[in-house]
Design a protein around this ligand. Structure first.
Ligand SMILES: Nc1ncnc2c1ncn2[C@@H]1O[C@H](COP(=O)(O)OP(=O)(O)O)[C@@H](O)[C@H]1O
Ligand SMILES: [Mg+2]
Length: 366
């Protein structure tokens, strides 16, 4: 079972030097507000492609006031091997990754580790604009298909270029054709990967305990049906050139898609559910994600649950811990006090975080 067995954070936000030694059980990180709990989860999230759970830049992370850069050292263990991972940034430069001493891309890490998370800022995705939901869906999709990150980048790059032409009212067919072929190719991969991810999530939700509400997920598009055919996507882009030129931007494509969730018990859209129900839906999706990843990618994911337990009644807390222990994944869970996790007893490792002069201090209690 994949897990992080050693973790050292150096000059990482509130952590000057924090060392953790872990045995693969779920990890409970507790302590008062602002002590540096989420910072630890953020460090773990950087073991996956993308900007991590705060979408922060390398510069944001460097510990102030020193601002000399930061380093995460981790040992990743699975059934057969052990890997030494170093992720670091110097003087605000973008992060670098070393695997067993060799510089490599974060993509390489996804062969040995997958990370999924739920953080409080996601609570509002069902009631806010579509971009948060798209981001959420893309994060889920990426956990199954790491290459989704690169496809999305190529799509955005080509679209930015097309938008520039549109804005500047440039009418050069060759230029548009080339960009639109590129966009259509990426767009189709993006949508296919998203649809596939939704399929995996639905299947896995059926296998969760009844304590978590099943949510039907739908990829939704206000103006068009989802295009999964490259020729058709090229045609749609071509046809939309005149109207896109008036607006100065691309009006169709995967950057317009939305994720809908229907709370199945009540046949209600997630946006109309109570705050508690919305949270439960998110948990259900993340658990389903973890469950199917273990099956599909053959790599059991690390699950980061920031401040999740505080929102659940005792019964759902117990159900959550049962699911996590059943999955056998290294789940990192934060909360203000250990009592939130009392049901876990010795099935988890407990780490208390406090601060002394603005510097995080850790103590491992079992
Ligand atoms: N770049 C940074 N340098 C120093 N301290 C930081 C930096 N970024 C965040 N912090 C500090 O980290 C603390 C918040 O840590 P966080 O992990 O979010 O706390 P919590 O335990 O509530 O999850 C704050 O006190 C904040 O000032
Ligand atoms: Mg926090």
């Amino acid at each position: 079972m994949e897990h992080i067995s050693n973790l050292i954070l150096s000059h990482f936000r509130s952590h000057k030097i924090s060392k953790l030694s872990l045995d693969g059980r779920p990890v409970v990180v507790f302590g008062k507000n602002g002590t540096g709990k989420t910072n630890i989860l953020e460090a773990v999230s950087l073991f996956s492609p993308g900007r991590g759970l705060r979408r922060a830049t390398a510069e944001d992370i460097t510990r102030n006031p020193e601002a000399i850069g930061w380093k995460i050292e981790g040992t990743v263990k699975n059934r057969v091997s052990e890997y030494e991972v170093v992720i670091s940034s110097e003087n605000g430069e973008s992060r670098r990754l070393f695997l067993d001493g060799k510089r490599t891309s974060v993509m390489r890490l996804s062969q040995i580790l997958r990370i999924v998370w739920l953080v409080p800022s996601m609570d509002r995705i069902w009631i806010e604009g579509s971009s948060g939901r798209r981001q959420f869906l893309d994060r889920l999709t990426l956990s199954y298909f790491p290459e989704h990150a690169e496809t999305s980048l190529s799509y955005e790059k080509a679209m930015r270029e097309r938008n520039r032409l549109l804005k500047e009212k440039i009418c050069n067919d060759h230029w548009y054709n080339a960009l639109e072929i590129e966009m259509a190719k990426s767009a189709v991969s993006i949508q296919k990967a998203r649809l596939e991810a939704i399929k995996y999530l639905s299947e896995a939700q059926n296998n969760l305990t009844g304590k978590f509400p099943k949510a039907e997920l739908l990829l939704d598009d206000p103006d068009q049906t989802i295009i999964t055919d490259e020729e058709e996507a090229i045609q749609v882009l071509k046809n939309s050139r005149p109207s896109d030129m008036i607006m100065g931007r691309t009006s169709v494509g995967p950057h317009k898609s939305d994720l809908q969730a229907i709370y199945e018990d009540k046949l209600t859209l997630a946006k109309d559910c109570s705050t508690g129900e919305q949270k439960a839906i998110l948990i259900s999706i993340i658990l389903a994600n973890a469950k199917s990843l273990a099956k599909i990618s053959k790599v059991s994911p690390i699950v980061l649950l920031d401040e999740v337990s505080a929102h659940l009644d005792k019964e759902r807390q117990a159900a959550l811990y049962d699911e996590i222990c059943g999955l056998g994944v290294q789940a990192w869970m934060t909360g203000t006090g250990p009592e939130l996790f009392s049901e876990l007893k010795n099935k988890a490792q407990f780490i208390e975080v406090s601060t002394i002069d603005g510097i995080s201090e850790l103590s491992i209690s079992n």
